[in-house]
Design a protein around this ligand. Structure first.
Ligand code: CMC
Length: 389
């Protein structure tokens, strides 16, 4: 076994072999199963892309129809799960609600038969079908409303927007949203995917795998950044304020949300597509695009200041603008990221099962040895308690 040097954040350390997706961070290339993200965004749908990621090939028409139909009829969630969700505090973050609800699915579908292809398929269908329903249900229930039941007439993305708003969405809006899901569906072995793989490697159930990944995605350095981008744009307020605001962040060594990436050293290819979608949405609605123009100015100033360090917009920079324009509340942006990424997490779960060895990395111990046990009455207090003077 080769012993590697310690690398904080495991940067550059391969932790698996995978054929699911590929990122070339220098040239801004992202492929799912060898197909460029640009082509999938233009020609595919989220569910077809999910099928591609999970089963490793594009489905035939019959396979796709069967996949879509099965998912369509598994969208409802059990009333006991709804009742459980009603007890969640309305002030709780939807990501915490989602993590709890995803884990709860394991209570209801707990038969763990990881060597049975039927079990695997049912778990894939259930998770893809029910996660959006749970996100939309919490959005309604925290306002004291009953959740909106899934609409069997609508496809995946249109149905999700319908459950959020009780309004059948405009087809262009639904298509734009579906492209957003495709763009977020997979991205190699990032923090949440690694979390899913570590959990999967213990051979626990897939609901626990997805719940652990949701918890990891929730952090502001990962999926939570898109919410914070809009907070930043609000704080900036006007084009004139962009430069001083960004300069102050840089001077204080603070991170600019929606910028930078461990792998991409150029503009994230998904940010390029999302920017186009944002432009299209503003053009379609004919609304004032001040917000969008503010974002473009932020990109211009950050590129001027930090472009030489390879810091450019990532996927989160323009996605928030698109979701806001679609009327989606900010704290649902990360749950929507999760809805999409379930496809990638499941693909990695399935791949992990095929070659499984439990993850058990090593560590470099920096503590002491042979200290002996000190009786409690001989211990010296060396920390001040709050309030001590
Ligand atoms: N703003 C300002 N400086 C930055 C930024 C940023 N957003 N990102 C990286 N840097 C600087 C950082 O200060 C450091 O500079 P120096 O070498 O002078 O100390 C250098 O670039 C390397 O940064 P790092 O934090 O060591 O890089 P990382 O690979 O560990 O972190 C990152 C990657 C995405 C966590 C980071 O770029 C970041 O915190 N970005 C802001 C949060 C964000 O937008 N997250 C979404 C990531 S994409 C979607 C996802 O994965 O969920």
């Amino acid at each position: 076994m080769t012993v590697c040097e310690y690398s904080p954040g495991l940067e550059g350390i391969p932790a698996t072999k995978s054929s699911i997706s590929y990122v070339d961070g220098k040239n801004g290339i992202l492929e799912y199963r060898g197909i460029a993200i640009e082509e999938l965004a233009e020609k595919s749908t989220f569910l077809e892309t999910a099928y591609l990621l999970i089963w490793g090939k594009l489905p035939t028409q019959a396979e796709l129809t069967e996949f879509e139909t099965t998912i369509r009829y598994h969208r409802r969630i059990k009333y006991r799960i709804r009742d459980m969700m009603k007890c969640f505090p309305e002030t709780g973050h939807p990501m915490d609600a989602l993590q709890t609800s995803a884990a709860a699915l394991g209570l209801f579908y707990s038969r763990r038969a990881l060597d049975n292809p039927v079990y695997i398929r049912e778990a894939v269908v259930r998770l893809l079908a029910k996660i959006p329903t749970m996100v939309a249900a919490f959005k309604q229930m925290r306002k004291g409303n009953d959740p909106v039941q899934p609409n069997d007439e609508l496809d995946y993305s249109a149905n999700f927007l319908y459950m959020l708003t009780e309004r059948v969405p405009d087809p262009i809006e639904a298509r734009i949203f579906d492209i957003c899901l495709t763009l977020h569906a997979e991205h190699t072995i990032n923090a949440s995917t690694f979390s899913a793989m570590v959990t999967a490697s213990t051979l626990t159930d897939p609901y626990a795998v997805i719940a652990s990944a949701v918890g990891t995605l929730a952090g502001p350095l990962h999926g939570g950044a898109n919410e914070e981008v809009l907070t930043m744009l609000d704080e900036i307020g006007s084009k004139e304020n962009v430069r001083p605001y960004i300069e102050k962040l840089i001077a204080n060594k603070e991170k600019i949300m929606g910028f930078g990436h461990r792998v991409y050293k150029v503009k994230d290819p998904r940010a390029i597509i999302l920017q186009r979608l944002a432009e299209q949405l503003f053009a379609t609605t004919g609304d004032d695009d001040d917000y969008y123009q503010l974002a473009v100015e932020v990109e211009r100033v950050v590129e001027e200041k930090l472009g030489s360090k390879g810091i450019y917009p990532n996927v989160d920079f323009y996605s928030g603008l698109v979701y806001q324009k679609l009327g989606i509340p900010r704290d649902l942006f990360t749950p929507i990221f999760a809805i999409a990424r379930v496809a990638g997490w499941l693909a990695h779960w399935k791949e992990q099962l095929g070659v499984n060895r439990i993850f058990r990395p090593t560590q470099i111990y920096t503590g002491e040895h042979n200290l002996g046990y000190i009786p409690i009455e001989e211990r010296i207090c060396d920390t001040e308690r709050p309030g001590d003077s």
